[in-house]
Design a protein. Structure first.
Length: 284
């Protein structure tokens, strides 16, 4: 029987189980991700994140969904990983790079009392062109594309950070039946043959948005960092909001800036430890 140390962390919405894959061996991460999801493991999670060595950056992040599939990149998972490696003394740097399937990510930490309390992540340039969005989408264009979904028409914008998102702007996110329209858009294979995350966004004012996120393969999440960035980029492209705005999720507010200097998008917000423990892997 293998005993694996883990830390469960939350980054304004997403709860992931983090495991140090540098100082302990993690066999079969796909199967382990299924076992530590909220369907199979008492503490529950949105998935599994492994902190691995990297030849390109200080660390490599591998993210697994609750169904065991490996994901490209998640902004909240990235920020929590950055806190993990500093608080657990895997690095003493407050500025470093993390390798993900979605590309190299740059992070800056605000440290107080020896712990990272606020994390800024640069998740790079949003991918907008059809050839750059890894969903083999059937949409003809990405900005202001009307799409009929069940009993209403949404205007969808598709883009990607390595993990595909589409955005639907609505008048009121609070009253929207996300559980009805989220899976209908995600699984509309005529549009997204490889499925997509769905961000429902509401513009309260040009510098303040509200959003709710339907995560492909999981359901509605409390928050999503890349979903927040997606909402701001799409809103700015459509002339609905500024390039710098706060985005309110169920789990809290993130600050997002789509920088004119380098076209990169940065998100800033806190992250905190939720639970620590040891998982007994009985599959050995």
């Amino acid at each position: 029987m293998r005993h694996l140390r883990f830390t469960k962390m939350q980054a304004y919405g997403n709860d992931y189980v983090y495991m140090d894959a540098i100082r302990q061996d993690i066999p079969d991460p796909n199967g382990l991700a299924r076992r530590v999801s909220d369907r199979h493991f008492g503490i529950g999670s949105d998935g599994l994140v492994l902190i691995c060595p990297s030849e390109k950056g200080e660390f490599r992040m591998r993210m697994f969904n609750p169904d065991g599939t490996e994901g490209e990149m998640c902004g909240n998972a990235l920020r929590s990983l950055s806190k993990f490696v500093y608080d657990y003394r895997l690095t003493d740097k407050e500025h470093f790079f993390i390798e993900t399937l979605g590309g190299m990510q740059e992070v800056w930490l605000t440290v107080e009392g020896g712990e990272a309390v606020n994390i800024t992540a640069d998740i790079g340039v949003p991918r907008l062109a059809a050839a750059q969005v890894p969903v083999t989408t059937g949409l003809e264009r990405f900005i202001d594309q009307p799409v009929e979904v069940l009993d209403r028409t949404f205007r969808l914008t598709a883009l990607s950070w390595g993990n595909p998102h589409c955005v639907a702007f609505v008048e009121d996110t609070a009253s929207l039946p996300v559980e009805k329209y989220g899976p209908a858009i995600e699984r509309n294979t005529a549009l997204f043959p490889r499925r997509t995350n769905v961000t429902f966004a509401q513009v309260v004012r040009p510098d303040y948005l509200k959003m709710r996120e339907w995560e492909r393969g999981t359901g509605e999440t409390i928050g999503c960092g890349t979903g927040c960035c997606t909402a701001v980029v799409a809103g700015a492209l459509l002339g609905l909001c500024a390039r710098k705005a706060e985005v309110e999720q169920i789990g809290g507010v993130l600050q997002v800036e789509w920088r004119t200097q380098d076209d990169h998008v940065r998100m800033t917000g806190p992250s905190h430890i939720v639970y620590e423990g040891e998982y007994r892997d009985e599959t050995d």
